[in-house]
Design a protein around this ligand. Structure first.
Ligand code: ADP
Ligand code: MG
Length: 329
C-alpha cells in the first residue's frame, strides 16, 4: 500500500472497534433498518457488517474504496451542517489499506449485487453475484501488513469488549435500527428494530433496571448564546450507581460521544444524592443547532466542543438534577 494511505489509516483505524464504528456509521448513513455485526477473535480475524440500506451501485464500488471519495458532501456548506455521520470519505480506503476487505452490495432497485476485494494494494475487479439488497463489508486480518500495529492489539476478549461497547453506543443513538452482534458465532446482543429511545435505553442499560430508570424529556428554549436544546435522558436512580462510568451513554445530534464535560455535568447532577465514589447509570441524548456544537473535533475521539461550554454544562446538570429531585429518592 502507499505509505500515505497507511498514515491516514492510523488516524481512523486504531483497532477492530474503530473498524466497527466506521462501518456502523456507513450502514446508518445508508438508511439501514437492520444491521448485523459479526466478529471473530476480538475482530482481529474478522469484522463483518451487513445492512439492508441503499447499497452502492456496481459502477461506484471501486470509488467507495478510494481515498477521499464520498457521496455525502454535496455542497460547500456541507461541512458546517453535516447531517450524515461520515463525510470525509477516508474510512473504507483506510481500512482497505491495512486489512483484507471485501464489499458486496446491491441497491434495492438492482437485480444483481456486485463484489469487490482489496487487500493493501489497489482494488480488484468488480464481479457480479446474487446477494440480498444492502451492503456487506467484510474486514479480515486487520493490520496483516503492518506487524507493528498488529502486535499493539490486545487480547481478543479485550478487543471484543470494545467492539461490544461501540455497537451499544451506536444502538443507543439509533433506537429504530435493529442490531445483532455475534462473536465467534455466538449471539451476544440482539435489539429489535423500531424501538423508541426509552425502550432502547432500557434494553441496553439492563431490563432488570427498568423501574430504576427515570425518564427526562425537556426542551430548553434559547439557552444562553444558542438555539434551543432538547435533553432526552434515562437517569438511573442514585442507588443503582456503579463503580465505573461505563454505564453512561451520551449523544449529541445523533452521534455517540464520550466527553469529559458531559460526564462531569451528569456527575454534578447527582451531587449529594449518591456516594462520591459511585457513578451514575444513564443515557443522555442532546439535540441542538449543529452550528452551536462541533462533534467532529477528531475523526476517532468522540469529543464535543460546545460554542458555549459553560452554558451547556449547567443546562445539562440542571435539567438532570431537577428530574432526580422531582422523584422521591
Ligand atoms: P464516508 O462515509 O465519509 O463518505 P467512507 O469511506 O466511509 O466515507 O465510505 C465511502 C462511500 O462509500 C460513502 O460515501 C458511501 O457512498 C459508500 N458506502 C460505504 N459504506 C456503505 C454502505 N454500508 N451502504 C451504502 N453505501 C456505502
Ligand atoms: Mg463513512
Amino acid at each position: 500500500p502507499l505509505l500515505v494511505d497507511q498514515i491516514a489509516a492510523g488516524e481512523v483505524v486504531e483497532r477492530p472497534s474503530s473498524v466497527v464504528k466506521e462501518l456502523l456509521e456507513n450502514a446508518v448513513d445508508a438508511g439501514a433498518t437492520r444491521i448485523v455485526i459479526d466478529a471473530e477473535e476480538g475482530g482481529g480475524a474478522l469484522v463483518r457488517v451487513s445492512d439492508d440500506g441503499g447499497g452502492i451501485p456496481a459502477d461506484q464500488l471501486g470509488l467507495a474504496l478510494s481515498p477521499h471519495a464520498t457521496s455525502k458532501l454535496r455542497d460547500a456548506d456541507g461541512l458546517a451542517a453535516i447531517a450524515t455521520l461520515g463525510f470525509r470519505g477516508e474510512a473504507l480506503a483506510s481500512i482497505a489499506s491495512v486489512a483484507r476487505v471485501r464489499v458486496v452490495s446491491r441497491p434495492p432497485g438492482e437485480e444483481l449485487a456486485a463484489a469487490i476485494e482489496q487487500a493493501g494494494g489497489p482494488p480488484g475487479p468488480v464481479a457480479p453475484l446474487a446477494a440480498p439488497a444492502g451492503t456487506t463489508v467484510e474486514v479480515r486480518d486487520l493490520f496483516f501488513n503492518v506487524p507493528a500495529r498488529r502486535r499493539f492489539l490486545r487480547a481478543a476478549p479485550t478487543e471484543y469488549g470494545r467492539i461490544a461497547a461501540t455497537v451499544q453506543q451506536s444502538a443507543m443513538t439509533h433506537p429504530r435500527v435493529g442490531f445483532r452482534l455475534t462473536h465467534n458465532g455466538r449471539v451476544t446482543l440482539e435489539l429489535p428494530a423500531g424501538q423508541d429511545p426509552w425502550e432502547r435505553g432500557v434494553a441496553i442499560l439492563g431490563r432488570d433496571l427498568d423501574d430504576a430508570l427515570l425518564r427526562l424529556d425537556r426542551d430548553e428554549p434559547g439557552w444562553k448564546g444558542a438555539s434551543p436544546m432538547r435533553v432526552l435522558a434515562l437517569l438511573g436512580r442514585p442507588e443503582i450507581g456503579r463503580a465505573s462510568s461505563k454505564f453512561q451513554h451520551f449523544s449529541v445530534n445523533g452521534r455517540p460521544v464520550r466527553d469529559r464535560q458531559l460526564v462531569h455535568a451528569l456527575k454534578e447532577a447527582y451531587r449529594g444524592l449518591m456516594p462520591a465514589d459511585r457513578q451514575p447509570v444513564a443515557a443522555v441524548h442532546l439535540t441542538l443547532d449543529p452550528a452551536a456544537v462541533d462533534v467532529n473535533v477528531h475523526p476517532t475521539k468522540a469529543e464535543v466542543r460546545f460554542r458555549d461550554a459553560g452554558a451547556a454544562h449547567s443546562l445539562i446538570r440542571a435539567a438532570c438534577r431537577e428530574r432526580l429531585l422531582a422523584e422521591d429518592l
